[in-house]
Design a protein around this ligand. Structure first.
Ligand SMILES: [Zn+2]
Ligand SMILES: [Zn+2]
Length: 213
């Protein structure tokens, strides 16, 4: 199974991927998305109607002693509101049977968690994010190796053409949290950095979407 662990839809204010288009592309590429919208799980009910497999998640905005940061929950059933304290968020994710995933953990421009003591409590470390500068991903890779953490990757797609550029290839027959954790030990990461085109597209979209910010 191929999984892109970090994907946004139109249910994130800064992303432009309609749920039905994501479902369509996911089927044609054979890549399963984890839907990780910013502090929202409102894309999950429409995605469930699409008859395609995906991981229901959220990119939470948590508060930490450093300020605020991003944290992803995978296999979630209940949204966790913006501003929840990080340890409380981790407890609540665990209580709902979700997996914890640290997106772009060392990237200060993308609200990475950065604090190693917090990162040690997280199950999966994103060691490749298509939008990160390579040095931040290298730091994440070093940390994951040092702490013997599970590694994964995502495109952090905000535009449809980005989805599936980065994914993890896994020996996995069923989308289930425990099986996924086991399969991640031998996951193969295929990572592609976001191109200039994306940055231009983003600038263009920011202009159109400005009233939303
Ligand atoms: Zn993020
Ligand atoms: Zn994101």
């Amino acid at each position: 199974m191929k999984i892109d662990f970090h994907v946004h839809t139109t249910h994130s204010l800064d992303a432009t991927i309609p749920v039905h288009k994501l479902a369509e592309k996911s089927k044609s590429l054979g890549i399963t998305p984890a839907i990780t919208d910013h502090y929202s799980m409102s894309a999950i009910p429409p995605m469930e109607k699409e008859n395609t497999q995906f991981i229901p998640g959220e990119e939470l905005r948590v508060s930490t002693h450093l300020g605020y940061a991003d944290l992803i929950g995978l296999f979630m059933n209940e949204e966790i509101e913006k501003g929840t304290e990080v340890n409380e968020a981790l407890d609540r994710l665990k209580a709902q049977g979700a997996l914890t995933y640290a997106p772009h953990p060392f990237d200060p421009m993308r609200a990475g968690l950065q604090d190693e003591e917090i990162l040690k409590k997280i199950q999966v470390i994103e060691v490749f994010n298509s939008h990160c500068l390579s040095r931040f991903d290298e730091q994440a890779e070093e940390f994951a190796q040092k702490e013997n953490k599970l590694r994964a990757a995502g495109s952090d797609a905000h535009f449809l053409f980005e989805f599936g550029k980065t994914y993890v290839e896994l020996e996995l027959d069923e989308l289930e949290p425990t099986k996924l954790l086991k399969a991640l030990k031998k996951g193969r990461i295929h990572g592609v950095r976001s191109s200039k085109i994306r940055r231009i597209a983003h600038r263009f979209a920011s202009k159109i979407l400005k009233p939303l910010f």
